[in-house]
Write a protein that binds this ligand. Structure first.
Ligand code: MD6
Ligand code: FE
Length: 218
């Protein structure tokens, strides 16, 4: 079940390839053929680098649990946001990015018009019912020429998709299991977030939603 008022839940034909804005494309169901493989890889990564609730620079515990794969991982703590080659829990390098992750991200980016996307960071978000991600820009990457590729798995979510300033009232777009959003060019710094996850179940993930975001960080 979607949150009551996630208005933009489109017909399948409309969401195969939907321009959200210049530079931002929804590829509905693009990751479906890989769903089980992706979820197994997430479980393996989480054995080495467990999901954890990071603290924001303002001292609040994030409701979304996170981990990373790849040469760099995104972390937040009271000192700020940054990319770190090592997991602060234990100090070891983040688990390597699985081949299947890199290939999916590259293919999705190419389909959206961004050739040769070679991500070095994969942030993995895990949402329980009640978790949310407030409106934000992804601007901790040094290379803003590169897009971000975002993969949704599990329970449906309502994507809040704003504009270039925090004051732009966000539109609300349903994201389903297997959806991929590619975000770059003129849309790269668009404000966005995820509304509070409603209680629901998915056959492969139970009550949870996972999101992979692939970035070129440095
Ligand atoms: C999420 N996604 O879908 C959170 N950021 O769980 C993001 O914050 C995001 O979907 C940049 C580009 C695409 C995204
Ligand atoms: Fe983001």
């Amino acid at each position: 079940m979607m949150p009551r008022d996630c208005a933009m839940d489109l017909f399948p034909d409309d969401r195969r390839r939907l321009m959200l804005d210049p530079g931002a494309v929804l590829l509905g169901g693009f990751a479906l053929p890989d769903d089980r493989l992706l979820l197994e890889a997430i479980a393996t990564i989480a054995e080495a680098a467990p999901f954890r609730h990071l603290e924001t620079p303002g001292g609040r515990r994030m409701s979304v649990a996170m981990t990373n794969a790849g040469r760099l991982g995104w972390v937040s703590d009271p000192r700020g946001y940054r990319y770190d080659p090592n997991d602060p829990l234990g100090g070891a390098p983040w688990p390597a990015m699985p081949q299947a992750f890199a290939a999916l991200a590259r293919n999705a980016a190419a389909k959206a018009g961004f050739d040769d996307f070679a991500p070095e960071a994969c942030l993995i978000n895990r949402y329980e019912p009640g978790a949310k991600l407030s409106l934000h820009q992804d601007r901790d990457e040094r290379n803003l020429d590169q897009p971000i590729v975002s993969v949704s798995l599990g329970v449906d979510a309502c994507f809040l998709w704003g504009g270039p300033t925090r004051a732009d009232r966000p539109r609300r777009l349903a994201l389903h299991h297997g959806d991929v959003v590619v975000w770059g060019g003129p849309a790269r710094l668009t404000f966005h977030g995820i509304d509070t996850l409603a209680p629901s179940t998915h056959p492969l993930t139970g009550a949870l939603r996972y999101n992979l975001t692939f970035r070129r960080a440095a």
